[in-house]
Structure formats: structure tokens, C-alpha cells
Ligand binder design. Structure first.
Ligand code: FE2
Length: 544
């Protein structure tokens, strides 16, 4: 592991895996040259589009039908698919349906040779972004592609901004109030905002003491509702057909439906034209105690699979808040127990932040699971160093949240092959400071600040943000640095494949005393083999 300053090689963008042995082997999303998949059974069309779009600087691949397209989309990520309508095996409409079903985040444009606008409109109803009538002019295709990619980029930026805003709002509330109603209110507000819904509401199971005679558990009543500025405040949400909704929620099956397909989840036809409906279970110990519903009436504003997942994160926060509220109320007289409830509230809020960090991590396949693994390796080191149990807990949590500052950072611009511009490098390097700013205002998160703020410092003083050296770097920062580097090296990145375990250990050893605290590297290497054996025995995946 080395950095630019020591060996003059470009600094890598993700957690310093800048070993000279590492080669950039893999291409990934790069806004400079977006990837397009052309699907057509006619060779001539494939060749024309591939040539012209290639000339425009796009990376283009071609396949002959929908089946091949799905295979390709599961192998590599694409920004846009241009597909013919009629093809042998799987046609364009089926392809779009399959893409939606699999939740592949790609824009689709349909080409139709039949000159009928009806088929094109049909395609757009199925979720296509736009259509092209054959025979087409190449400039027209390029125009549609550019417009689509622009829109995609803006959506991306918007989403990141919204994530960052939601977490700030929620962490602010945590710092200023422990009121559960307020947190629930914020959750609903965040949902309304995050998915740009027209109505969101929270239904809860009717408590036992409020049930009517003979009423069985399982009746749900509206507990809170928010309505967008587009509708009157008093606008009610359409009542649900619980017979259809509940079994799906109980089995954790995604409930996201558009247009007329959503009607079966309502108790009757809606008064307004419903565009999209999404419902998320609120679960406690596996039981559905409520649900969070989002409705869109705005033309073209369908909820996406990504938004549904975001709702899921918010929904699970709401569930814990409710649990805490019940806990809090029942314990309000018993001082000692009350203290316990407070601890549980703190845990809840920590989980909120961790949930958001995870949601962000999930959006990037290269960082998926990174925080969990860093936390596991950090625990291994802390146990090896025989840290007292309280410090051990802090190390574990700091491992989970070390990169929380990336919430405010555009990862898609940084996840590219090739050198970062000085501006991009500065943006990447700001994440420890951003993390500090997020955690510091929250009293019970303050202990985690050193792990987050100092995990890119180097033993010899060449790290950042402060350029601290040796034991002036807080121990927790030195621990997270080693855990972070090992995981970064042993997982696939945008610019290279994962390194084998032995090579990664070799790198840690090589940089022990320059980048890393030698004692911490020694402890990690002394315990990692036993850890790997135990993981393998438990059939959990380990780096190769
Ligand atoms: Fe980091």
C-alpha cells in the first residue's frame, strides 16, 4: 500500500488500495463514456448503431435478442438499452418487463419498424424511456440517447442529494429531541421527499384495548399521513385491500405496482388516476405491526425499485421507533428501566445512521458490504489487542460508520478508471471531515468520530486530513485503517479485481511502519488465519 507522495503512482480513489501490483482490469460506470447495449436481430442495424454511437464516444455492445440482452445485463452494468420491438426468442416489450422485474437500473429505448405510434406508446407504458421509429436518422438516435443519459445523470445527483438531506434532517432530530412522534413525522416527511410521492401514510395494527368486540388482531388503522403540496392537505389515501396486501408484506415480497395493476391492492377503484403504489411492512420480531404506503398520482412519476428499497430502510426505522415508544411508555415510572429504554433509543438512532450508510453502500456494487467487513476485521484486531469491552464496542461501531462521510460525495464521478483530477481527489479526501461533521453533533456518536476522521492518516505522517503520525493518531483510527485497507484489497474495485488474501497480507506487512501501525498489522496477521478457518467452517465467504 503506498500513496502518490511516496512512490509517485496515482492515488486510488477507494480506501487506498494503491499497490503497484494492482492493475486496472475492469471497466465500470464512467459518466465520461456511458455504456449502451444495442439489441436487434438485424445485423445491419446493430452495426450502424454500434459505429455511430461508438464515434460519439459511447461504449457499445450488441446482442441479437432479449434473452442475450438479459444475460449481458446481468454480467455488466449499462446506462442505456436500445432494443428492437420484434425479435425471435424474446421481443422488446418482454425485455422491458424482465428488466423491471429484475430491478436492473437501466434506461430503455424501443425501436419499432411498424411505424405505429400505438406500439411505441405500449412500450412506454411498460417502462421504456422513449421510442425510435424505423427507419431512423442517426442524429435522431444520438439526440434521444444524449437526452436520456442527461436525465439519468440528473436523477442520480438528485438522489444523492436527497439521501444526504434526509440523514441530516434525521440526525438533527436525534440531537435535539427524543420524541418518537417527531421521529415518525420526520420519517414520513423523508419518505414524501425521497420518492416524491403525493400521499404517504403509516398504518398501525389497532391495539388490543381499542379493538371492537369480536374484532381479531390484524385490523390496521391510519396513524399518520402526509400529503404533497400538489394536493389539498385533507386528501385521504385510498383504502387498501388487506387480503391482497398483507400476505405479500408478511412474506417480505416487494409490493410496487403501477397504473391499473395497482387496483387489486385497493378496496375499490381510486377516485383519482393512480400512477404508482408502493407498500412496505413495519415489522417487529417478524410480525407485521403496520405498513408504510406511498401513492403517486402525478403523471409519469412512477416509483422505482431503488426508491422502494429506500422506503424499506425508512420503514424499518419507523418500526423500531414505535417499538421504543411502547417500551418508553410502559417503563416511564421505573427509573432504572427508563434508563434502559434510553439506551435502546440511542441504539435506534445509531441504527438509523447505519441504515442510511448501508443504503448508500448498496447503490454501488463495489462497496456493498464493505462497512460490515471492515467492522468485523476491526473487531478481530481489537480483540487481539485485548481492548476493554467498552472500547471494543466503539471500534466495532466506528468500523461500520467509518465512511459515513461519503454520503455527501458523488461516488459515481470517482468510481472511474484513470487518474482523478485534483478537484475529484480533494472531493474524495473530504469524506473523513464530512463524516466528523455528521457524527459530532450527536452526543452518543461522538466516540466514533476518531475512527471516522482519522482512518486515512498514515503512521509516517503522510496521510490525511491532519497528517498526524505514530501514536498521535487515535488507536481506533489506526485499527480502522488496517481493517479498511485489507478489505479494499481483497474485494473487486472499479479499477481492478480483488487481490488474493496472501498478497493483501504481504502488502500490509510491506507498508507496516510507513502507512500502518506495525503493532496493529502484527496483531491482525497473528489472528487472521484462525479467523479465516472459523469463517470457512461456518460456510461464510472469505477472500480467496
Ligand atoms: Fe475511507
Amino acid at each position: 500500500m503506498s500513496t502518490t507522495t511516496r512512490e509517485g503512482i496515482p492515488e486510488e480513489i477507494e480506501d487506498e488500495p494503491s499497490s503497484p501490483a494492482i492493475q486496472r482490469l475492469e471497466y465500470t460506470f464512467n459518466p465520461e463514456s456511458p455504456r449502451i447495449l444495442v439489441v436487434d436481430d438485424e445485423r445491419v442495424i446493430r452495426e450502424i448503431l454500434s459505429d455511430f454511437l461508438g464515434l460519439e464516444g459511447y461504449v457499445v455492445r450488441t446482442v441479437e435478442d432479449g434473452v442475450q440482452a438479459i444475460e449481458e445485463l446481468q454480467k455488466r452494468s449499462y446506462n442505456l438499452v436500445i432494443s428492437d420491438l420484434k425479435m425471435p426468442k424474446m421481443g422488446g416489450l418482454d425485455l422491458i418487463e424482465k428488466i423491471t422485474e429484475l430491478g436492473i437500473p437501466v434506461l430503455t429505448v424501443i425501436m419499432t419498424g411498424f411505424g405505429t405510434v400505438e406500439t411505441a406508446i405500449e412500450a412506454m407504458k411498460h417502462g421504456a424511456y422513449d421510442y425510435i421509429l424505423k427507419p431512423f436518422k442517426v442524429e435522431e438516435v444520438i439526440h434521444i440517447v444524449k437526452r436520456g443519459l442527461d436525465r439519468q445523470r440528473l436523477q442520480h445527483e438528485n438522489l444523492r442529494l436527497k439521501d444526504a438531506l434526509s440523514i441530516y434532517k434525521i440526525s438533527e432530530a436525534i440531537a435535539t429531541s427524543l420524541s418518537v412522534e417527531k421521529v415518525l413525522d420526520l420519517v414520513l416527511e423523508a419518505v414524501l421527499d425521497a420518492v416524491d410521492a403525493d400521499i404517504v401514510n403509516l398504518l398501525l395494527e389497532r391495539p388490543a384495548d381499542q379493538r371492537e368486540a369480536g374484532e381479531r388482531p390484524g385490523a390496521f388503522v391510519e396513524h399518520a399521513r402526509k400529503v404533497s403540496a400538489r394536493l389539498a392537505d385533507t386528501e385521504a389515501a385510498p383504502p387498501l385491500n388487506f387480503g391482497e396486501v398483507l400476505p405479500l408484506l408478511q412474506d417480505d415480497k416487494p409490493l410496487l405496482a403501477h397504473g391499473a395493476r395497482a387496483f387489486r391492492y385497493l378496496s375499490g377503484p381510486p377516485e383519482k388516476r393512480l400512477v404508482s403504489f408502493c407498500s412496505i411492512p413495519l415489522k417487529l420480531k417478524g410480525r407485521t405491526i403496520g405498513m408504510l404506503n406511498a401513492y403517486s398520482y402525478t403523471k409519469g412519476a412512477k416509483f422505482s425499485e431503488g426508491q422502494r428499497k429506500m422506503l424499506y430502510v425508512l420503514g424499518s426505522r419507523a418500526a423500531v421507533s414505535i417499538e421504543n415508544a411502547r417500551l418508553y411508555e410502559s417503563l416511564v415510572d421505573a427509573n432504572e428501566e427508563l434508563l434502559g429504554a434510553n439506551v435502546s433509543l440511542e441504539e435506534n438512532f445509531q441504527q438509523t445512521i447505519i441504515g442510511f450508510a448501508h443504503a448508500l453502500e448498496e447503490s454501488d456494487r463495489y462497496t456493498r458490504g464493505h462497512s460490515e467487513r471492515v467492522s468485523t476485521y476491526a473487531r478481530l484486531i481489537a480483540v487481539g489487542m485485548r481492548l476493554p469491552s467498552e472500547e471494543l464496542e466503539t471500534v466495532v461501531k466506528a468500523g461500520l460508520l467509518h465512511d459515513v462521510g461519503k454520503i455527501g460525495i458523488r461516488n459515481d464521478r470517482l468510481n472511474k478508471p484513470g487518474k482523478l483530477t485534483p478537484e475529484e481527489l480533494a472531493m474524495f479526501r473530504s469524506h473523513p471531515a464530512k463524516g466528523k461533521r455528521i457524527l459530532e453533533p450527536i452526543p452518543f456518536m461522538r466516540d466514533l468520530v476518531p475512527g471516522c476522521y482519522c482512518h486515512h492518516e498514515a503512521w509516517d505522517g503522510s496521510g490525511y486530513p491532519q497528517g498526524l503520525s505514530s501514536d498521535r493518531i487515535p488507536t481506533i483510527g489506526r485499527i480502522v485503517a488496517v481493517a479498511d485497507a485489507y478489505d479494499a484489497m481483497t474485494t473487486d474495485r472499479a479499477y481492478r479485481k480483488a487481490l488474493p488474501h496472501v498478497i493483501a497480507c504481504g502488502e500490509l506487512e510491506r507498508c507496516s511502519g510507513t502507512q500502518f501501525d506495525p503493532e496493529i498489522v502484527r496483531v491482525f496477521l497473528a489472528h487472521v488465519e484462525d479467523f479465516r478457518k472459523a469463517e470457512a467452517l461456518a460456510s461464510r465467504p472469505i477472500p480467496r
